[in-house]
Design a protein around this ligand. Structure first.
Ligand code: GDP
Ligand code: ZN
Length: 315
């Protein structure tokens, strides 16, 4: 049996890069199903699969050799998007992601802490380690720099790796490349923060390819089925996630949300109630830490927002 990794998915065809480095166009067995996941696509980019070569008759004459995917290795993680039409179903965008880089800018455009925190919660829920990349530092004035340093301090304290970059002055570019090497990487962030430029700077050859795909996605039709990952010359992959800003917050129980705020989760067992939502409950350790300034107000604010906790209930 041949093993490989799915590097491109069109919905009906999958390009599998085999262990020997060949690219094989594969189909899947008609009855291919995965346990536990209600998804519109059984196989996604990033999947490790087993496949066998098959001969196919095309229009009665030529025998084209292709692959048939027979097995999928259990996924380490995956990111999904809810299908617009089929309510209970979701579309798997990619799997087996090693890390995400959330590219943020203080200005040009503004990235809010609410946006950052929502993304981090999704990344935690998906079990994808996330690095914050503060880009365009060449453009910041004193005040903006100060704001950035505060944010870096805030997020590093929680345990998130941060990096300052500029594609203009090339600050941080070697480190970024280093961190990406031999990993399967996803980039996210608002449009205009510099994702394409960053990627283009670490690997110039990639630019055209990603641009093409992104433009293709914007035409709409294939948005939900087409995805691809690109091999990096210096080792590793980058997953092209069409028009993705964040991952979209997964549906979760109210009691579960704070589990994805690491600085809150570690206090949970000290709260009086095991299912504390850190809002109205007495003996809440999280609220105590917020009041003492140990947990950032912006984080608690983001948390309440995710909880959909109406302002009128706040004390
Ligand atoms: P994307 O939408 O996130 O892919 O953003 P782009 O890569 O298209 O970049 C948006 C704009 O920001 C472009 O005009 C880039 O030249 C510019 N840009 C990207 N990185 C930097 C940077 O580090 N400094 C400055 N000053 N501009 C940047
Ligand atoms: Zn609590």
């Amino acid at each position: 049996m041949n093993k490989g990794i799915v590097i491109k998915s069109t919905g009906s065809w999958y390009t599998v890069k085999s262990e020997t480095g060949d690219k094989v166009e594969c189909k899947i067995k008609g009855n291919f199903r995965l346990k536990g996941i209600k998804s519109t696509n059984p196989i996604a980019v990033g999947d490790h699969v087993e496949f066998k070569f098959v001969e196919e008759e095309t229009e009665g004459n030529t025998n084209i050799i292709n692959g048939l995917i027979t097995t999928i290795v259990e996924r380490k993680n995956y990111i999904i998007r809810k299908s617009p039409n089929l309510s209970k179903q979701s579309h798997i965008i990619a799997s087996n992601i090693d890390q995400a880089f959330l590219v943020v800018t203080i200005n040009y455009p503004v990235t809010t802490t609410t946006f950052i925190d929502r993304f981090l919660v999704s990344a935690e829920a998906y079990r994808i380690p996330c690095t914050l990349v503060f880009n365009k530092i060449d453009r910041y004035n004193g005040e903006q720099n100060k704001h950035m340093e505060e944010l870096i301090e805030l997020y590093e304290k929680i345990g998130y790796r941060c990096l300052k970059t500029s594609t203009k002055t090339k600050v941080g570019m070697d480190t970024l490349k280093n961190w990406m090497q031999n990993k399967t990487n996803v980039f996210a962030g608002h449009s205009g923060v510099g994702k394409s430029t960053l990627i283009n700077t670490v690997e110039p050859d990639l630019h055209l390819k990603t641009k093409e795909i992104s433009d293709y996605h914007q035409t709409g039709k294939h948005t939900t089925t087409f995805s691809e990952m690109f091999e990096l010359n210096f080792g590793g992959y980058i997953i092209d996630t069409p028009g993705i800003k964040g991952f979209g917050v997964l549906e979760m129980e109210k009691e579960e949300i704070s589990h994805y705020f690491p600085e809150m989760f570690q206090l949970l067992e000290k709260c009086q109630y095991y299912n504390c939502t850190h809002t109205h409950e007495p003996g809440c350790e999280v609220k105590k830490h917020v009041n003492e300034g140990e947990i950032a107000d912006s984080r608690y604010f983001s948390y309440l927002g995710l909880l959909d906790y109406d302002a009128k209930y706040r004390n």
